[in-house]
Design a binder for this molecule. Structure first.
Ligand SMILES: [Zn+2]
Ligand SMILES: [Zn+2]
Length: 309
């Protein structure tokens, strides 16, 4: 099952030429999930040539302009396709008011159902086929949530050689074992699924954390992520200023990633507009000295998220 992330924008505060505002699109076997939607998100979607008008869920971290001003356009243009399924929008308090006011003032034509859900507490906020999305509160200048999409475990691998060794004839009994049922052979012997099927294999986990000041509990929520997209707005020398503005340095993002354990890759995002492309390499070096598997997300980047084994 394919799982890919498209980086639609990497900037914080204001869009720059070549650097749109922080937003990512996750595509899981064709189903689309958008995380934040700053000004210009549509342009990034178009540039990537994505068929994006049937997004299932939009997760909003918080209602600062750099994370939500792209939303009205997305809602409006989503009406250009026929859809039966509702569009869910999940975010912290005020997101409902923001969506309703926009619909009203802009006289939006919307030909599908929009279901808005406001969240403040940690827990599952959306359940899909074979996965769920967990939200957790961050610490910013207004209510803000982080999100993890977590796939369910997959059944273990079926070993035909073990079935043959246990004298299970190929055919319907194999299917029963593969479907998790123990079987009885003609000679009365019982063959258990655990004899022929390996342990369940973990699904994948992708986490999105922006905007927040550093606090150690973030690690608990993002532990074991195959991919963590995390704000690291400033260099180490601006740690005090980051704290005042309730943002993080790239070193703090790396620290929470390293402390969490089990994270395969961490992509920095939400760069301060003060940093040029060249400056960002310094941001990366500082983070890599703490968590080596850190990379700088780039606008337009496509990232495959394969299974662990
Ligand atoms: Zn921001
Ligand atoms: Zn913010």
């Amino acid at each position: 099952m394919n799982l890919e992330l498209f980086v639609l924008g990497t900037g914080g505060m204001m869009p720059l030429p070549g650097r749109f505002l922080t937003s990512v699109l996750l595509r899981r076997e064709g189903e689309l999930f958008l995380f934040d939607s700053g000004e210009g998100t549509q342009v990034s979607l178009r540039k990537l040539n994505l068929k994006w008008k049937k997004i299932s869920v939009i997760f909003i971290s918080h209602t600062h302009a750099d994370h939500v001003t792209g939303l009205p356009g997305i809602l409006m243009l989503s009406s250009q396709v026929e859809r039966q399924e509702p569009l869910y929008i999940i975010g912290p308090p005020k997101i409902k008011e923001y969506v309703e006011m926009n619909r009203k003032v802009l006289d939006m034509y919307i030909n599908y159902e929009i279901i808005v859900k406001e969240v403040t507490k940690p827990g599952i906020v959306y359940k899909g086929d074979g996965f769920s999305v967990n939200a957790f509160p961050l610490r910013h200048t207004k209510p803000c949530m982080g999100y993890s999409l977590i796939e369910e475990e997959r059944p273990g691998v079926f070993f035909p050689d073990k079935a043959i060794k246990s004298n299970v004839p190929m055919g319907p009994l194999w299917s029963e074992l593969q479907n998790g049922k123990d079987v009885m052979l003609d000679n009365g012997n019982i063959v258990h699924t655990s004899d022929v099927i390996g342990l369940p294999r973990p699904g994948r986990k992708v986490s999105f954390v922006t905007d927040t000041q550093y606090f150690p509990e973030i690690s608990d929520y993002v532990r074991d992520s195959d991919l963590l997209i995390c704000e690291g707005m400033f260099k180490f020398d601006l740690e005090d200023s980051a704290k005042d503005k309730k943002h993080m340095t790239s070193s703090q993002a790396a620290k929470l990633t390293a402390d969490a354990g089990g994270i395969k890759r961490m992509g920095l995002i939400h760069y301060s507009p003060r940093y040029t492309k060249y400056d960002l390499s310094g941001l990366l070096e500082e983070a890599k000295s703490i968590f080596p598997d850190t990379f700088l997300t780039r606008d337009g980047q496509q990232i495959d998220i394969p299974y662990g084994e």
